[in-house]
Design a protein around this ligand. Structure first.
Ligand SMILES: [Zn+2]
Length: 314
């Protein structure tokens, strides 16, 4: 399953080249306007694109709330009160159909010029977090669940001999929703405030390397924490759990080396017993674990582009 953080993040594997070069075409939509998306507009977009009836949407909201509560219970110590308050106030969930995901991307895209449509058009993408608009967008997974049911029919029948098709498809659908929503919700919590307010065009050259490394940390941490939450809290879901092995192992390595400080950096929360300077040093050390070789392994940059990354200023 593919996930991505959208909005202010460079959002595809192409982006090392993209953000390093001047070949970014067509920035007609202006960034100031793009950053000021008002709440009413978001509400109307959510209404317009929602692919599910209100009753079902409410179930999704309840799932999201449950995920939030579990995340805050298990990892709340690493999440600042400020972030928690923001999440309770602003976060919006949009559930769209497979087809509308692309249409939505095209409509949302001009408001976020740095964002790459190809990434969302991938059929593997199941959800995205848009920092612009503070929007968690997931596919309703209906088509995907049907596909999985058809393609892995035998496997499911073997595992659950009594199951009927409708129940099986629903189980698959909700497993996908829970795992995607967990992953994207985690992104929505960990994107640091300083990054939310920025477009990539505003990021100084000297920060681009850090920006890419942060994106790598974001993916590894989100995969690791998602997997952990699903195991501990949603043990009954039937799929969507064990992907992204390299990302998970990378974060496990960081936890092993830095202890719980890896969580503090991931959620961008300074531990109480640490001064600003030490925290900044810790962040720098941890981000620098992501060298070009590792970034290729976790598909943040493309193979062959290592030298582009290596030449970025520190
Ligand atoms: Zn992700």
């Amino acid at each position: 399953m593919e996930h991505s953080i959208e909005g202010n993040f460079p959002s595809s594997n192409e982006n090392v080249e993209n953000i390093n070069g001047d070949d970014r075409k067509d920035n007609k939509t202006n960034n100031e306007a793009g950053n000021e998306i008002d709440k009413e507009m978001i509400d109307s977009v959510v209404k317009e694109y929602s692919s599910i009836p209100p009753g079902e949407y409410q179930i999704m909201i309840d799932i999201e709330t449950d995920i939030k509560n579990n995340l805050f219970e298990d990892f709340g110590k690493y999440i600042s009160d400020e972030t928690k308050a923001l999440i309770n106030r602003n976060r919006k969930l949009l559930v769209v159909s497979e087809e509308d995901f692309e249409t939505f991307a095209q409509e949302w895209l001009p408001k976020s010029p740095e964002y790459n449509a190809d990434d969302l058009e991938s059929t593997n993408t199941t959800g995205s977090y848009f920092s612009i608009g503070d929007l968690v967008v997931i596919k309703d997974m209906k088509a995907k669940a049907e596909d999985i049911w058809k393609n892995s029919f035998r496997e499911f029948v073997d595992k659950y001999p009594q199951i009927d098709e409708k129940i099986a498809v629903t189980m698959i659908q909700y497993s996908l929703i829970i795992s995607t929503l967990t992953h994207e919700f985690i992104h929505s919590v960990q994107v640091p405030e300083w990054l939310k307010e920025k477009n990539i065009t505003d990021i100084a050259d000297k920060d681009i390397k850090k920006f890419i490394q942060f994106r790598a940390l974001a993916e590894c941490g989100a995969c690791y924490i998602t997997n952990k939450l699903l195991k501990d809290r949603y043990s009954k879901i039937i799929l969507g759990r064990d992907g992204h092995k390299t990302e998970r192992e990378t974060f496990a390595y960081l936890l092993n080396k830095y202890g719980e400080n890896a969580y503090y950096v991931f959620f961008n929360t300074k531990p109480d017993n640490m001064d600003d300077e030490s925290f900044n040093n810790l962040k720098a050390d941890l981000l620098n674990e992501f060298n070009s070789e590792l970034l290729v392994d976790i598909r943040i940059i493309k193979k062959g582009k290592e030298s582009v990354f290596d030449q970025l200023p520190d």
